[in-house]
Design a binder for this molecule. Structure first.
Ligand code: ADP
Ligand code: MG
Length: 260
């Protein structure tokens, strides 16, 4: 297993509020005839740090992409920060600015500088004055520890640095929830830690986070809840210690035996 030194942190003392951030009820989704998500029920409380694990193709990406409406669900209900994601698209900008997302591939704009990547959406979507957007961007580039890269282009940065820019860029929209979809899977091993460290510091500040990741060291140290998905369903969920030491379902046991 790729054990990271993030295991030296322990966020189990951090409390989670009883305010609901995301409520998913009996949610189903199909791609054509393919029933990809089945009766998903999930309540995420503000300040939770959730890790989603499961085999490839189990629907992890699809589920989190439904939360910021990159994908549309066909049945059931998703409510994010009190706003229901219906077919009415007028709430989409609101949801997208409240829910940040970081992907496996960083998706930075190659022809824009790091600073411009971070100010684009705040200026054009949020209508924030350029100077203010730049100050905010520098604040978050400092937070992810690469302010000196602000005027470079993505291609001049390492993968780990680019992923930290992607995180900073998301934070510039001041999201209340962050979704991560295998943010370290495309990185060389020596760069994984710097990205996980950034995620740890976000968690320490109380950000509500849902992370799809195979970094089980991160899950053990940072998550307050681990959710296991298989074949489009949430099969099992528990706090990390119980999840890893005492898995209940055969499918979970099999998955853990393959990755641990
Ligand atoms: P995971 O992230 O757990 O690997 P995904 O959510 O990416 O799983 O995919 C779940 C299933 O849905 C897989 O069988 C995948 O092939 C299928 N799938 C994903 N995206 C699409 C799409 N846009 N169209 C059709 N099928 C898709
Ligand atoms: Mg995926």
């Amino acid at each position: 297993m790729q054990q990271q030194s993030t295991t030296s942190v322990d966020l189990s003392h951090m409390t989670v509020s009883d305010e609901v951030a995301i409520q998913i009820t009996k949610m189903n989704k199909w791609y054509g005839n393919f029933h990809v998500l089945r009766d998903i029920d999930l309540t995420v409380y503000r300040g939770e740090r959730i890790v989603i694990a499961g085999p490839s193709g189990s629907g992890k990406s699809t589920m989190i992409r439904c939360i910021n409406r990159l994908e549309e669900h066909q049945a059931g209900k998703i409510v994010v920060d009190g706003t229901e994601l219906g077919s009415d698209l007028k709430n989409i900008d609101k949801i997208r600015s409240e829910v940040g997302m970081v992907f496996q591939h960083f998706n930075l704009f190659p022809h824009l500088t790091i600073l411009e990547n971070c100010t684009l959406a705040p200026i054009w979507v949020r209508k924030i004055p350029k100077k203010e957007a730049e100050a905010t961007a520098m604040h978050f580039l400092e937070k992810v520890k690469i302010p000196e890269q602000a005027n470079k282009y993505p291609g001049q940065l390492s993968g780990g640095q680019q992923q930290r820019v992607a995180i900073a860029r998301s934070l510039c929209m001041k999201p209340r929830i962050m979704l991560f979809d295998e943010p370290t899977s495309a990185l060389d091993p020596e760069m994984i830690k710097e990205v996980l460290d950034t995620m740890v510091s976000l968690a320490e500040e109380g950000m509500t986070m849902i992370c799809v990741t195979h970094e089980m060291g991160f899950a053990q140290a940072v998550a307050n809840r681990v959710i296991f998905m298989d074949a489009g369903q949430i099969v099992e969920q528990n706090e990390p210690k119980e999840f890893f030491n005492n898995p209940q379902h055969e499918r979970t046991k099999l998955f853990l035996s393959q990755i641990l």
